[in-house]
Write a protein that binds this ligand. Structure first.
Ligand code: UFG
Length: 329
């Protein structure tokens, strides 16, 4: 039996594929390569290029492979883009999931580990955020993921398809040998932009706003190492394979770092005096997002290994130094 990784050529999906292969799982990858990179996919995994919106293509993959569990990373995930192109998000993310569940149902595959997001919560009333905090997304990206969680809930009730939704906070870092890492086009995330500036690929980093209600006025976020995140996916997969009920878990570290603290850590790790300026606020940024991840630690027995922010940034720095132009595609 195989594990099917949808979106296995993307940043997080490629780390999942690499870990699964190295742990001895038969791994099948589907990716449209619209945002993913073929070079990021471990060569021992079987690869199909195609789109989850193409039901015939998906059917074909499920017919050819014996799939036990699906890991679903194939989604668009830029908050700001989702504000101007909401239909792109509802089509690819939400409608794509409907296609997938239909095909899973038709082939008797009934386990899915799903990439959800802290963006399902919107602006939190209380910190840290728990899984039972209210979900009021403030952008179409978060809304599309919350809809997907709800659709999976109904599909569970009707067809017995069990899911684990993992609500990620800020994912960062790279495989420790720097062979795979984060490469978005365009890049919008804080840590890769800071490291790109350290490499000299950019003149300076603009920190978006220093008048938030936080310790130093810049936004506070909760960073989780991509390898720890993948450990949680594998634990979630085993949880489903053991016959447990559908569930939702936050994945974060319970530690909040301000944007300026991240910059300071990057200056320490790289030894480069990274130039920066304070700019205007970016739309849709809540003051602080910090997760309570006790539930994942207790139920999934998830134990993050790389919680120090310097460790997270230093693994990302390995990747950036070895691949100053990403995957070069
Ligand atoms: N930031 C800057 N300058 C930049 C880029 C980012 O100051 O050039 C700031 C942002 O304003 C924010 C912080 O850095 O305060 C983190 O921004 P990111 O874009 O790195 O990450 P987000 O917190 O916006 O988003 C991430 C994921 C989303 C997910 C969200 C949930 O990328 O997919 O976490 O919390 F929805």
């Amino acid at each position: 039996m195989s594990i099917l990784v949808l979106g296995g050529a993307g940043y997080i999906g490629s780390h999942a594929v690499d870990t699964l292969v190295n742990e001895g799982y038969d791994t099948v990858v589907v990716d449209s390569l619209v945002t993913g990179h073929r070079a990021a996919v471990n060569k021992q995994a079987k690869f199909y290029k195609g789109d989850i919106l193409d039901e015939q293509f998906l059917n074909n993959v499920f017919e050819q492979e014996e799939i036990e569990t699906v890991m679903h990373f194939a989604a668009f995930s830029l908050v700001s883009e989702s504000m101007t192109k909401p239909l792109k998000y509802f089509k690819n993310n939400t409608a794509g999931l409907v296609n997938l569940l239909e095909v899973m149902k038709n082939h008797g595959v009934n386990q899915i580990v799903f990439s959800s997001t802290a963006a399902t919560y919107g602006v939190p009333k209380e910190l840290p955020i728990t899984e039972s905090s209210p979900t009021n997304p403030i952008n179409p990206y978060g809304e599309s993921k919350l809809m997907m969680e709800k659709i999976m809930g109904w599909a569970d009730q009707a067809y017995g398809i069990k899911f684990v939704a993992l609500r990620y906070f800020n994912v960062a870092g790279a495989k420790l040998d720097g062979s795979i890492g984060e490469a978005h086009h365009p890049e919008t995330h804080l840590i890769p932009i800071i490291l790109d500036t350290a490499l000299g690929n950019r003149n300076r980093i603009t920190i978006f706003g220093n008048d938030y209600n936080t310790k130093d006025g810049t936004n506070v976020r909760d960073y989780v190492h991509v390898l720890d995140l993948i450990d949680a996916h594998i634990a979630a997969m085993k949880y489903l394979q053991a016959g447990n009920p559908s569930n939702v878990f936050n994945l974060g570290s319970s530690n909040g770092f301000s944007n300026l603290e991240i910059l300071q850590s990057a200056i320490k790790v790289t030894g480069v005096n990274i130039p920066y300026e304070i700019g205007a606020r970016r739309g849709g940024d809540p003051d602080s997002l910090v997760a309570m991840s006790k539930k994942a630690r207790e139920i999934l027995e998830w134990t993050p290994r790389y919680e120090q922010i310097d460790t997270i940034i230093s693994s990302a720095w390995q990747w950036h130094q070895k691949h100053p132009n990403g995957y070069g595609d």
